[in-house]
Design a protein. Structure first.
Lengths: 358, 165
């Protein structure tokens, strides 16, 4: 299969120009930025906690949606033609305690942020959104409760022989999936494939409003998934593990409470961004454009792009963000190399640029 | 018409991630492919097929839409006067001509004409994570179709009114 061509901006490899850039995170935004910079002749080194480049394209989205071979080939092309160096199993410390996010168990090496800044002329943070949103209901900490990512990630990751990764034990069990995005659909699909006895799929609004669309839900129903819309989880029942899920559905006289007999609850209700040092780097200001240079953080040679900056989104938006940040980074280094940064008018905020929102 | 290239999207492979749209925007400033979806959730990137019988070109009174050597229907801004009739936009059965706020106020896919001149292919094709969009010879399309792609295509076509069909 043809590679996803991250170096799509150049027909052939560029001449090295002797500049080194570090990119933290090998997801869509990180790899897009890598491709852009490698086309300019930069030596790019990419750091990722996971055993392979691709990020959530590889470890979050099932292979039948995005072919693994295409991403692998794309990364290989970056390595061979673009001279990109991938440091896998490597985490750049640290936004929270280790093992706080999915995929942390893969880390063999932890590098400090300060070392990175010294090693490279500039770095870009493309760490994405890896922390799962919580339901915030009673019983959420019981064994048998998963987030969408906690459930899906091991299914992909187990193929990379990580010692601490175990497939969710679903065979013969009853599963409740909460949410109606594509991740929720993927969870329901996977649960069926892993031999779940019964799968309930809960959504707080109607089928028509489901972000994944009616078509996907109909396909799930055809596989035997029981769809429950206008349904909200109230609390998770059980002593030390899930024994049931109390739900609220609209009845003839207002909301009615019932209990679903389930052993596993998966809340696929989205993720939040997990950038390292969000406060210190002033990421909120970067997001709003209240900075002097596009995608630049409070540390001048540190840039940020993708979901780490703007929260969970689509691959396309992450790619675009990575490309724009890479262009901005290269422009800045060019000016700096000529010692002309003073000449640039730092007075105007990025948010006032015509191109910022487009 | 043989030997002519066009774009082909297998709707059953598209996951609606918008990579095509954003890569196009980065490459061409204004995107010439636009992600949308049917009510029932089939992802539909609106894109130019560089038709054998291009309605947009027929509708343009100035002849500003011409086919180039590879088969792309290319908008020539020097002939387009940005007229208010928007005949070309109205004529396209695939909603693949886009109104913009720049230049002649119309944007359309030219299969990355400038990239093709230096030996590269359309950017969207290079970057689609799913390989759902292909840069192919028109004659190849029937071989690329599958049972699933035809089903998805039928679902999409329920929402498009093709003239004369």
């Amino acid at each position: 299969m043809d590679p996803i061509n991250f170096t799509f901006l150049c027909a052939e490899p560029a001449m090295p120009i002797g500049r080194s850039v570090g990119i933290i995170g090998a997801g869509p935004s990180g790899l897009a930025a890598t491709g852009y910079l490698s086309c300019l002749g930069y030596q790019v080194e990419v750091y990722d906690k996971l055993p392979k480049p691709g990020g959530l394209m590889l470890f979050g989205i099932p292979g039948y949606r995005i072919p693994k071979e295409r991403i692998d080939a794309g990364a290989r092309q970056l390595e061979r033609q673009g001279g990109v160096i991938f440091h896998t199993h490597t985490k750049i410390c640290c936004s929270g305690p280790l093992h706080d996010e999915e995929g942390d168990h893969f880390c063999r090496e932890i590098l400090g942020f300060g070392d990175m800044i010294k090693k490279h002329e500039a770095i870009m943070i493309c760490t994405g959104s890896w922390r799962s949103r919580k339901l915030c209901i009673e019983g959420e900490t019981l064994a048998g409760v998963f987030s969408g990512l906690e459930f899906l990630f091991p299914i992909r990751a187990v193929k990379y022989s990580a010692p601490n990764v175990k497939l969710p034990d679903v065979a013969g069990k009853r599963v409740a999936v909460i949410g109606a995005g594509h991740s929720a659909v993927d969870v329901a699909h996977s649960a069926i494939h892993l031999g779940a006895e019964q799968v309930f799929h809960l959504y707080r609004r109607t089928m028509r409003e489901a972000p994944c669309g009616v078509y996907e839900i109909e396909q799930l129903q055809a596989m035997g998934v029981q769809w429950l819309d206008r349904t909200t989880p109230v609390r998770i029942l059980g002593q030390d593990r899930v024994e049931g899920l109390e739900i609220s559905r609209p009845g003839a006289h207002g909301p009615e409470l019932t209990t679903l007999p389930v052993d596993i609850v998966v809340a696929a209700i989205g993720e939040t961004a997990t950038p390292p040092f969000a406060k210190e780097l002033g990421l909120e200001n970067v997001r709003k454009g209240e900075v002097r240079w596009l995608h630049m953080t409070a540390i001048e040679n540190v840039f940020v792009a993708g979901d780490a900056l703007s929260g969970p989104s689509k691959i396309g938006k992450a790619v675009y963000s990575g490309l724009r940040a890479a262009r901005s980074l290269a422009n800045w280094l060019d000016l700096k190399a000529q010692d002309r940064l003073d000449a640039y008018d730092y007075n105007d905020l990025v948010v006032n640029d015509a191109g910022f929102r487009s | 018409m043989s030997g002519q290239k066009t774009l082909y999207i297998d709707y059953s492979l598209c996951i609606g991630c918008e990579t095509c749209e954003y890569v196009c925007r980065f490459t061409n400033d204004t995107s010439r492919i636009h992600m949308t979806r049917t009510r029932d959730g089939v992802m539909v990137p609106l894109y130019c097929r560089h038709c054998e019988n291009p309605k947009c070109a027929n509708a343009c009174p100035r002849g500003a839409l011409k086919r180039d050597k590879d088969g792309a229907i290319v908008l020539q801004p020097m002939l387009c006067r940005g007229c208010q009739t928007k005949n070309c936009i109205l004529a396209c059965p695939y909603s693949a001509m886009f109104e913009t706020d720049r230049g002649v106020m119309v944007a359309k896919c030219d299969m990355c004409a400038q990239r093709r001149q230096v030996g590269m292919g359309p950017a969207c094709v290079e970057m689609c994570p799913c390989a759902a969009i292909r840069y192919v010879e028109r004659d190849e399309i029937p071989d690329l179709e599958t049972e699933k792609s035809r089903q998805a295509c039928e679902k999409v076509m329920e929402h498009l009114k093709l003239p004369g069909k």
